[in-house]
Design a protein around this ligand. Structure first.
Ligand SMILES: *Cc1c(COP(=O)(O)O)cnc(C)c1O
Length: 359
């Protein structure tokens, strides 16, 4: 069986070099005599894995020392509750409504306080990032929340909101590690690992120290950031194997790719090829306006549902899989995360050109 080009939105493609390395180390990691999966998380050898993952993440993302890095579980979705439970003080936040994930974050935050929707793109099925009018920002808000890359709709904030002293909180699940970012511009960022960092089961949180310590009294112990800060993400058993794979992914970015500047160049090249093709095609059309387009998730349509379905089916038969769009948007979506090789995008474009000729 040959490996396919997997355009899944998540869990998604991993670098082949990472999978091979994991295969080599599957039965016996180093001289431990066992698989990483079988290790005590309290052992010296595992300690070197989790500490290595954290220091690599700090190095690759250039995370300042006054930020804590946490390796948690519960998915990005748990953060929708953990963030208000830990960071709400006065009980008012600002939020930009750019899709389903921001909507879910809003619903959870609304259980604990008041959510001021600063702007929304719901009027046009979230196909753009709305202009922000800073006179609508609440200068007294506990934080300002955005979903930076909208996985389902294929939109991305290309400019961060200027929130002044109000901490910016960002869901980076589907764009973390895709390009360099200035961590110091944020109060907290988080990501489910299964898009661009590793396998499902791991959630990474990066939080500025001074925001901690205001947790609501009734917060369950496992939902307090301080619990995990105080215990080095080892209050209970962390997702040990997922953290190990994440470490291998970070090594791949650092050593094989050459860091996030290089990663960004490759991602921009892949995205440009695909958007250029879509903008010149008479059959396929990108659904997102050029100024809001994501580097990672590229939704497109033919305008004809039957033709869309035929395309998805024939593409899969040709080894280009998981191109069906999200059920709320329809059409197609190509997720071209870090681990999707340039050849995968080239093959997809060649297949689309052929399909266009024949249909
Ligand atoms: C996938 C995704 C989520 C949900 O992640 P889970 O780990 O499944 O909870 C949240 N936000 C964004 C932007 C996503 O892409």
């Amino acid at each position: 069986m040959n490996r396919v080009y997997n355009f899944s939105a998540g869990p998604s493609v991993l670098p082949e070099a990472v999978l091979k390395r994991a295969q080599e180390e599957m039965l016996c990691y180093g001289d431990s005599g066992m698989s990483v999966m079988e290790m005590s998380h309290r052992s010296k050898v595992y300690e070197s894995i989790i500490n290595g993952a954290e220091s690599l993440l700090r190095e690759v993302m250039n995370i300042p020392d006054n930020y804590k890095v946490l390796f948690l579980q519960g998915g990005a979705s748990s953060q929708f509750a953990m963030i208000p439970l830990n960071l709400m003080r006065k009980g008012k936040i600002d939020l930009v409504l750019t899709g389903q994930w921001a909507k879910k974050a809003k619903a959870e935050a609304s259980r604990y306080g008041e959510v001021n929707v600063v702007a929304s793109s719901e009027d046009k099925t979230f196909s753009y990032i709305p202009e922000l009018d800073s006179s609508k920002f609440n200068p007294d808000a506990d934080y300002f929340y955005i979903c930076e890359n909208n996985t389902i709709y294929g939109t991305k904030f290309h400019k961060l909101p200027e929130t002044g002293n109000v901490p910016l909180i960002s869901d980076l699940s589907s764009c973390i590690l895709s390009e360099p970012i200035d961590v110091s511009k944020y109060g907290l960022i988080f990501a489910g690992a299964q898009k661009n960092m590793g396998p499902a089961g791991l959630t990474v949180v990066i939080v500025r120290e001074d925001l901690l310590g205001y947790c609501k009294d009734f917060t369950p112990t496992m939902f307090k950031y301080s619990t995990h800060v105080e215990n080095g993400s080892m209050f209970n058993t962390p997702p040990t194997y997922a953290i190990y794979i994440c470490k291998l992914v970070l090594e791949w970015i650092k050593n094989d790719i050459g860091g996030l500047e290089k990663m960004k160049e490759i991602n921009e090249k892949k995205a440009k090829m695909l958007y250029d093709f879509l903008d010149s095609s008479s059959m396929f059309k990108a659904t997102v306006s050029p100024e809001s387009r994501s580097l990672m998730n590229v939704p497109f349509v033919t305008g004809n549902e039957e033709l869309d379905a035929k395309f998805v089916k024939e593409a899969a038969a040709a080894g280009l899989v998981n191109l069906k769009g999200h059920r709320s948007v329809g059409g197609m979506r190509a997720s071209i995360y870090n681990a999707m090789p340039v050849e995968g995008v080239e093959k997809l474009i060649a297949f689309m050109a052929d399909f266009e000729k024949n249909n």
